[in-house]
Design a protein around this ligand. Structure first.
Ligand code: ADP
Length: 310
């Protein structure tokens, strides 16, 4: 059986009257990429800070490497790397000097080889003499990651590492994470981007400090019983209103230039019915395709079901 590297049981954290994390439990296995996903204010940063031994909590317990997080902070911190959204690099130091600085504060003596390897790995070697303040947003994020990795942590805790970074750099950053995973590292990453989270081995969907669902993407898809059709057409708003009221439609979501229309699985010829209804209303259809549910579909479905139950 794969070793559990992180264990959290009924963990809660309050800020005055606000319950930021509400009795959450999960395990993370060695070598896993575990995603914590949720909107702003869901409690993602709070969980990562607690796991990084930077924030006390009120109830429950947690352990990393079998060590209790409330009494082994020093030992744990040596073996983890924490990268926050607000990681501060020194703008007036070069790339090399920033890495050297973080190696020194972590008491790492022989870091030259590791530094070169990490620069090479993140494709920053040619920029090593550049001042950090002159790097692009994506490069700064990579440099921050190198500084977090210089002491060779076994577990990497990343809090929204790609928020505000351009899409190409976001993709590069995730490629680097996949490479790190191959070295046996365990990665816990929070993100508000659902498309990014789909790359994780398992995903916890967080809302209001509670885990709504936790599983691999493949298994989370079973939470949606309906079949989903993606409709690309003219006048998305009107198409949305037309289809919303039809009895064969169980749920409908609009995403920019497309609609995702959920219908119950026993519905015969759903795509034909969608087409018919739109054509009757003179909507120009570009495409209708059945699609596999995305994490976005699952998340909205869970939120809608929860709100309807309240
Ligand atoms: P996320 O990372 O998902 O955006 P956070 O963990 O930052 O969520 O915050 C969870 C909730 O706790 C939010 O409602 C936030 O406003 C609140 N919160 C976070 N930090 C503090 C703090 N230091 N004092 C008071 N409330 C806080």
């Amino acid at each position: 059986m794969t070793e559990k590297i992180i264990e959290v049981t009924r963990l809660s954290k309050k800020y005055e009257n606000l319950i930021a994390v509400n009795s959450i439990s999960f395990d993370i296995k060695k070598g896993e990429m575990f995603g914590i996903v949720g909107p702003d204010g869901a409690g993602k940063s709070t969980i990562i800070k607690i796991l990084s031994c930077l924030l006390p909590f009120d109830e429950g317990k947690g352990s990393i490497f079998g060590l209790d997080i409330s009494s082994n902070q020093k030992k744990i911190k040596k073996r983890i790397g924490y990268l926050s959204q607000h990681f501060s690099l020194y703008g007036d130091l070069t790339v090399d000097e920033n890495i050297e600085f973080f190696a020194e504060i972590n008491n790492i003596k022989m870091f030259e080889e590791r530094k070169n390897k990490l620069l090479d790995f993140t494709k920053l070697t040619e920029f090593r003499k550049r001042f950090a303040e002159n790097l692009s947003g994506g490069m700064k994020q990579k440099l921050a990651l190198i500084c977090t990795l210089i002491h060779t942590p076994e577990v990497l805790l990343l809090d929204e590492p790609t928020t505000g970074v351009d899409p190409v750099s976001r993709r590069d950053f995730w490629k680097i994470l996949q490479e790190l995973l191959k070295t046996g590292m365990t990665i816990v990453v929070t993100t508000p981007y659902l498309d990014e989270a789909e790359r994780c081995n398992r995903i916890a969907l967080l809302d209001n400090g509670r885990i709504m669902a936790l599983d691999s993407l493949e298994k989370l898809k079973f939470l949606i019983e309906s079949r989903i059709y993606e409709v690309i057409c003219s006048e998305i708003r009107s198409a949305f209103n037309i289809l919303k009221s039809k009895p064969f439609v169980t749920e409908i979501q609009a995403f920019g230039d497309r609609l995702n229309v959920a219908v119950s699985p026993d519905n015969e010829n759903a795509s034909g019915k969608i087409r018919e209804n739109l054509q009757e209303n003179k909507i120009n259809i570009i495409e209708i395709n059945e699609i596999s549910p995305s994490l976005e579909n699952i998340f909205i479905h869970l939120l809608t079901t929860k709100n309807n139950e309240q």
